[in-house]
Write a protein that binds this ligand. Sequence first.
Ligand code: ZN
Length: 276
Amino acid sequence: MTNWVVYEQRGPVAWVTMNRPDAANAQTAAMTRAMDEAFRRAVDDDEIKVIVLAGSGKHFSGGHDIGTEQRDIHKDFERIATTWYPHEDKGGAENLFAREQELYLGMCQRWRELPKPMIASVQGACIAGGLMLAWCCDLIVCSDDAVFSDPVVRMGIPGVEYFAHVHELGSRRAREFLYTGARIDSKQAEAWGMVNRVVSRDELVSSTQELAERIAKMPRFALALTKKAINQAENRMGRQDVMDATFGLHHLAHAHNALSSSDHLAGHDAKSMKDD
Ligand code: ZN
């Protein structure tokens, strides 16, 4: 059986590491479920004060699985993030809408609300669906080889399901980021305020742990309340509303692709998305 994620406790910190290094940690539904279980374990454990989300191997995350043999887009899982019904036996636009509401938008919004601070520890590629995972964390530490992009406009889709681009980058930067699909490097991400700190690849784990341990000295309840306060402030600046509204446009694009091309991704797969 695949170990989709590795869970480790290091002092007051839980490390949840995505474990598909050969596929740049491409995210399946099974991996999403495993991540959720790992986060729940960390939340339930009173010894854990901070959660780190990391990826094994060269890359943090190449995004959602759109082409490996373990892709499980048609498989239903117990719904935890939303109260949407199963998608497996549904047709038309309903199928993908129900699936992505639960697994992508719903799950990332649920993780953003976990009552313990989360740090994304990012190396290499953090592409499209990978951005959602980093953005739903409280802090992002990345190595100097990290690159970030959301090229899904090439698929005819206005950005990944978790549309936090404007809040993460600011309006003009979000436009450039999406309209060009270009990669930004770690320095650019830091200059744009999208990551908290950039360190060398060798120092990524130790720097992330050090930051986590520093945060872990604060009282648990105060951290939870502070996190909630900041999430609320972001929501009053429209973060949640923008995401929920844009999800409709995202699915108009999927439906348009399904009507006018070979599939909801306009015939693209991991290989075709690699060609710049
Ligand atoms: Zn989608």
